[in-house]
Design a protein around this ligand. Structure first.
Ligand code: NAG
Ligand code: NAG
Ligand code: NAG
Ligand code: NAG
Ligand code: NAG
Ligand code: NAG
Ligand code: NAG
Ligand code: NAG
Ligand code: NAG
Ligand code: NAG
Ligand code: NAG
Length: 249
């Protein structure tokens, strides 16, 4: 179901089509493409990538000039809301009864002259490779590039929480919208789907297990689920990336 050559050919074939760089129905949205590359395989919006390929941090480039300092985030938008056992409203996920989990948050990002986005400090949340549960639908993971104003601080809910560790429970229910409310809509984005590597199930996606309001809260207004065969698209960003530009801890 996956070949790198097919992915590359598809990206080239569709390169002139303008398409959304965030999943339909999700918020915030972005129309500019963030070029994300895993070991030479470029992410194109909604592409289904194998779990082992995305286990380690990708390289990221942006094709246009950037002015100043930015933040890079990666969120899983398909966390079954009932797997997060806490009461209160939860950041809406992409499918019904799903919420979010933070997979990567890197601040102090600047663009090198060759287009690479380079980290100027340790990450706030180190990269955590996608780990969708066995027998679940493919999860949708969205990359966001956001401005980082000089006086930026994390939203009150996240400030002071320990987000660094890849397995931190504080990474659940992460609201990228709350950050966009502070710094503006994402400059660029991209998204991919990943299914558990041991999963060979195909067919119709199911909803997340819906929490009852009294115990685990409501996941928010569900966005329409477009199915696993949603249209693939890519825009004109064709920068190929060869080098891992981000500093790791
Ligand atoms: C990365 O690419 C190299 C060369 O094609 C390959 O040997 C290696 O297995 C790949 N690693 C992953 C994690 O896909
Ligand atoms: C970059 O930002 C500075 C400070 O806000 C501004 O003066 C300058 O015009 C900006 N340059 C570009 C190319 O946007
Ligand atoms: C959620 O947590 C509460 C309190 O710790 C516990 O009683 C309840 O069984 C948990 N529910 C689930 C679905 O894990
Ligand atoms: C989820 O995060 C929001 C802040 O973005 C917070 O107000 C809400 O209480 C959190 N929900 C849960 C269940 O922790
Ligand atoms: C940017 O780097 C400074 C200095 O290392 C650090 O204190 C600050 O938390 C970083 N900001 C972000 C958003 O990562
Ligand atoms: C792009 O520039 C950065 C910063 O100078 C450098 O670390 C990186 O190796 C360069 N990447 C390529 C593909 O030349
Ligand atoms: C940052 O500065 C801007 C412009 O002065 C201001 O509107 C905003 O409220 C400030 N944000 C914080 C978190 O202090
Ligand atoms: C992350 O947290 C887990 C569980 O608390 C711990 O076992 C692990 O060592 C931590 N990893 C890092 C890099 O701190
Ligand atoms: C799916 O996986 C199961 C268990 O690993 C195996 O028995 C089955 O043959 C697989 N089906 C397909 C179509 O690969
Ligand atoms: C998913 O949930 C929505 C909203 O509750 C419902 O309309 C839809 O029929 C459900 N889909 C499936 C496949 O269960
Ligand atoms: C759960 O909460 C939502 C919104 O707050 C409401 O529309 C829905 O009717 C509630 N469901 C139940 C079973 O109480």
């Amino acid at each position: 179901m996956y070949t790198p050559s097919w992915t590359a050919a598809c990206a080239l074939a569709l390169s002139t089509l303008a398409s959304a760089q965030t999943p339909p129905g999700s918020s915030p949205s972005a129309s500019q493409n963030l070029a994300v590359s895993y070991n030479g395989t470029q992410v194109t919006p909604n592409v289904l990538l194998p779990q082992p390929l995305v286990a380690t941090q990708p390289s990221v480039t942006y094709s246009s000039a950037l002015n100043g300092t930015y933040m890079l985030a990666l969120l899983d938008l398909s966390i079954s809301a009932s797997s997060y056992n806490a009461s209160g409203p939860k950041a809406p996920g992409l499918e019904p009864c799903r919420t979010t989990r933070l997979h990567w948050l890197q601040g102090n990002v600047t663009r090198a002259s060759n287009g690479s986005l380079v980290a100027g400090s340790a990450p706030i949340a180190m990269y955590a490779g996608p780990m969708p549960p066995l027998n679940d639908i493919p999860h949708t993971y969205t990359f966001y590039l956001l401005r980082q104003p000089a006086n930026f601080t994390l939203p009150a809910w996240d400030a002071g929480r320990d987000l660094l560790n890849a397995s931190a429970s504080a990474r659940m229910n992460f609201s990228i919208q709350a950050i966009a409310n502070q710094v503006g809509a994402p400059v660029a984005a991209n998204y991919m789907r990943v299914q558990n590597a041991k999963n060979n199930a195909t067919g119709t996606a199911s909803n997340g297990t819906c929490p009852s309001n009294s115990t685990t809260g409501n996941a928010g207004t569900p966005a329409p689920y477009t199915g696993v065969a949603a249209t693939m698209g890519a825009n004109a960003a064709l920068v190929l990336v060869a080098v891992l530009a981000f500093a790791l801890l």
